[in-house]
Every structure is written in C-alpha cells, then in structure tokens.
Design a protein. Structure first.
Length: 179
C-alpha cells in the first residue's frame, strides 16, 4: 500500500505529516487508543472523516502502535487485477458457483451480499475472515477486480493471502480468456 504523500495531506488538511505528528504528540495521543485520537481530531481540529482515519492510522504506524496492514478488526490483504473481459462476465464468474469453481478450485465461499456488477461481500472458507470484492469497468471489454480480504490474523497471513489472491485472479483472467 502506498503511503499518502506529505503534499496530499497538506493540501487536504493544511498540515504536513510532521505537523500532525507533533500536534498529536503534544495532545498525548501516544497514550490514546484509535477512537480517542479520532475524537480529538474531530473536536480540536475539525478534520474530515476520511482524513481522521488516515491521520490516526499513519500516526499509530509511525509510533509503533499499529503494524502495516493492521486495522482495528485484524489485518487486511488487498489485491487487484485488470482482465480483458466485460464487467458482466467477470461478475458472473464470481457470482455463479459453477463458473467460480473453474478458477477458484480450492475454496467454498458464502456470498452474503451482492450488488450486481459492482460489489459483493463474502464469508471466507475459514468461517472467520471476509472478502470484499469490487468490480470496476475499465472500458468496454476490460474490468478491474479488487479483492480486500479482511479479518486476517497477522502480517504473515496477509502475505500468504496476497500471494493466494494474485494466483487466483490470474486463474480468473486465464479462465475468462479461454471463453
């Protein structure tokens, strides 16, 4: 995951990362939990919601309170792939169990929510972690698939699942190209 640049945070909030870290250090954020830091940013600096989270997470990472890929609900692995197929075909290969088993041969999934040709939420085969899958058209015959695997146990599992999803999305690409 690419870190947000100093210029981007300054353009959006009026302060650089160094300035935010100094402000948060002075406020005692090193002893606060995530929610307390966010609450402070809202109350004292009126920071917009997306930036509240971004500033808090980056601060926690910089101060050693949060590892890379760690969220408040575990760890997350994100992988994306653009395939040369129409969005409806790509979505169908995720949504239809028979088509899905052609490229995702080793896992049983439970689709809990779906928004046709846009997204789906899936309970993963381990019964604990989840997938968020997003579909983005990239032209008439190209689709980007983004898989966010959430509630992972640790950074090692993130690495394993990133590799797993890179392989499976390549399988999906190959399956679609054989049609």
């Amino acid at each position: 995951m690419q870190k947000i640049s100093d210029k981007a945070v300054q353009d959006a909030t009026g302060k650089t990362w160094k300035e935010w870290f100094s402000i948060l250090d002075s406020a005692g954020a090193d002893k606060m939990n995530h929610k307390e830091i966010v609450k402070y940013l809202v109350a004292e600096h009126e920071v917009a919601p997306w930036w509240q989270q971004s500033i808090t997470v980056r601060y926690e990472q910089e101060r050693g309170h949060r590892e890379k890929y760690q969220t408040s609900k575990g760890y997350e692995a994100g992988v994306s792939k653009t395939v040369a197929s129409p969005l409806s075909d790509v979505y169908k290969h995720w949504n239809d169990q028979v088509l899905r088993t052609k490229w995702l041969t080793d896992a049983v999934v439970d689709i809990t929510t779906s928004n046709k040709n846009k997204s789906m939420r899936i309970k993963w085969a381990d019964g604990y972690s989840n997938l968020e899958v997003y579909f983005y058209p990239k032209g008439e015959n190209k689709t980007q698939v983004v898989v966010q695997h959430t509630k992972l146990a640790n950074a090692d599992e993130v690495t394993n699942m990133k590799n797993y999803w890179k392989e499976k999305l390549e399988n999906l690409k190959n399956t679609l190209s054989e049609q």
